[in-house]
Ligand binder design. Sequence first.
Ligand code: NAD
Length: 316
Amino acid sequence: MKIAVYSCREDEIALFEKYGKEYGVELSISPLPPTPETARLAEGCFAVDIITTPVGRDLIDIWRGFGIKAIATRTVGYEHVDYKYAESLGISVSNVSYTPHTVAEYTVMTMLMAIRKMKAILTRYIGQDFSLKDIRGKELCNMTVGVIGTGKIGETVIKNLSGFGCRVLAYDVYEKDSVKQYAQYCPLNTLYHEADLITLHTPATDETCGMINKNTIASMKDGVIIINMARGVLIDTAALIEALESGKVAAAALDVVDGESAIYYKDFKYRPVGHHEMAILQAMPNVLMTPHTAFFTDEAVGDMVRYSIEHCVKNV
Ligand code: NAD
């Protein structure tokens, strides 16, 4: 029983060794991402364990030839895997879930940082500019926060916000009773019209891709703040940039951005990144960009490694 582990970071190795022993499986661990060129690392294995690298038909076909029976992505999202194709070949595809607190706490942190103009304050401090010009913030307790998507993370964000005293509007295709004591569900249009700050917590689907676009931004309050810790494709990035430049959107915090997958988790220190929209956003003092790190805690990484191995073992 051997699993090929792709894209293994140094901080995950000890966890893989620990949980590999616990579940009685042998592991072939590699820092390389899964590609047709690295497919052969899975020869002799019954399952592959991956992260966010896109996995298409070409790669799945090669793995199938090696007898791979399970693809486990140690991420919540699984849209990067052509899972319908894999499953049509009898290969199971599984994702993991981990404590929602990791992303929910990060969301509240970035909300507060956006409201209090923390990027400008911190960067100005480095240049010893201790003046108060243009850095006056607002108080969350006086704001209306709109939460789109009240699944595990969205609900936890709402519970975390309950201590701040702000008004919380929520929208989801499925309403949950457990959310109703902390937030008021409303139609999406109402949320867009009334929220001072909008935070996104839906998966990337045909319905949600590009949901924040020129038209929906036009229906929002002037000076709205947009937070995206979910998936980059939920936002039409060009429309967001235009709205930030015009002042319609006052600030944004983005842990994810469309087109990030070949960029984030790599070191580009002395090389051009080649993502123009990301460069424009990063240059804005009112846009906080982080490289898809909302999940990154001891607790979540432990869960990701453990449950990805467990799914491989259970699904064959
Ligand atoms: P979840 O499945 O528990 O919740 C998603 C919610 O979105 C569900 O309640 C679902 O009904 C709702 N939804 C689906 N389509 C919708 C639509 N069209 N309109 C409104 N609501 C809709 O997922 P989760 O664990 O809460 O994760 C939420 C998002 O966070 C996902 O996109 C996930 O990929 C992302 N995420 C990001 C990070 C990070 O590090 N930045 C880490 C984990 C998860």
